[in-house]
Design a protein around this ligand. Structure first.
Ligand code: CU
Length: 286
């Protein structure tokens, strides 16, 4: 008898595990598909946690409010002969529905304020890069730190044929550029944003960064990438007909690879300057 019960329990356990596994897998799949992007910086992780916490708070409020409402409608319906209560000015109720939402807002504020404050703290950056929005590309100037003086434009490389369905779309469709922004892993990168023509916005979700780039103004934000890889973002402010065609690509590399990249860029610039000087000399001789 005991054996029978044990095997029954085992079978039940296996069955529920078998049923739960796909549910778990689906939930995981839904989370990566429909939730925020997988964080690649401490800031993005904080924002992700804050987002999940707020979603849970909203869900609890939703269930409680609608639960009470639907229960009241069902239990006190007219067909049951229910007589409405006729109390007025219940101080207990009025105080409760003022204090409870206030406490909820305070809890949310206590959790959210340090995250928002940290986002604004752009001090002690290792590298400062200026990102300038153009219709419709990004310009990067390394202002301070290793790589100072490097400057280039970053333009979409997806062929026009893919946009108009004359070629099959690749995985990098509208998320590929000729010159990605290159930064070292684990370093605090301050991004100063501005624009040349209209308002754009520099956004890389995996770093938890989004900052408007406004012509004539300078704004800043920061991130510290925690793993190497390529991360994508897009202009996040409707800026004209090609708004969808000015992606942001950030290549996060090891410090050694970054130094090598900096040297390569400097050599390129020196070559261009030399060629320019030669042309100027020839022009002078003529
Ligand atoms: Cu834009």
């Amino acid at each position: 008898m005991n054996k029978l019960i044990t095997s029954a329990i085992q079978k039940l356990g296996l069955l529920s595990a078998g049923l739960l596994m796909p549910v778990w897998a689906l939930a995981n799949d839904m989370t990566t598909k429909y939730n925020l992007r997988t964080p690649a910086s401490g800031m993005a992780e904080d924002i992700y946690g804050l987002h999940n916490f707020l979603l849970a708070v909203c869900l609890v409020i939703f269930v409680v409010v609608f639960g009470v409402m639907f229960y009241s409608m069902w239990a006190h319906r007219k067909s049951r002969g229910h007589k409405p209560a006729d109390f007025h000015e219940s101080h207990t109720l009025e105080i409760a529905w003022t204090i409870v939402p206030f406490l909820i807002v305070v809890v949310i504020g206590v959790y959210a304020t340090p995250v928002v404050m940290a986002q604004k703290d752009t001090t002690n950056a290792d590298i400062t890069v200026k990102a300038t929005g153009y219709q419709w590309k990004w310009g990067y100037d390394y202002l301070k730190g290793e790589g100072q003086g490097i400057s280039f434009l970053s333009t979409l490389t997806t062929p026009y044929e893919q946009r108009v369905n004359q070629q099959p779309k690749t995985n990098d469709y509208l998320s590929e550029v000729d010159n990605p922004l290159v930064v070292p892993v684990g370093k605090k990168i301050r991004v100063v944003t501005t624009a040349n023509d209209v308002i754009h916005a520099w956004m890389v979700p995996a770093f938890g960064v989004k900052q408007d780039a406004i012509p004539g103004f300078v704004r800043d934000t920061w991130f510290r990438a925690e793993r190497v890889g390529t991360f994508n973002g897009h202009c996040a402010e409707l800026c004209g007909k090609d708004h969808a065609f000015m992606p942001i690509v950030v290549r996060v590399v090891t410090p050694e690879e970054y130094t090598a990249w900096v040297n390569e860029q400097k050599a390129k610039t020196a070559q261009v300057q030399q060629a320019g000087a030669q042309v100027a000399q020839v022009a002078q001789v003529k």
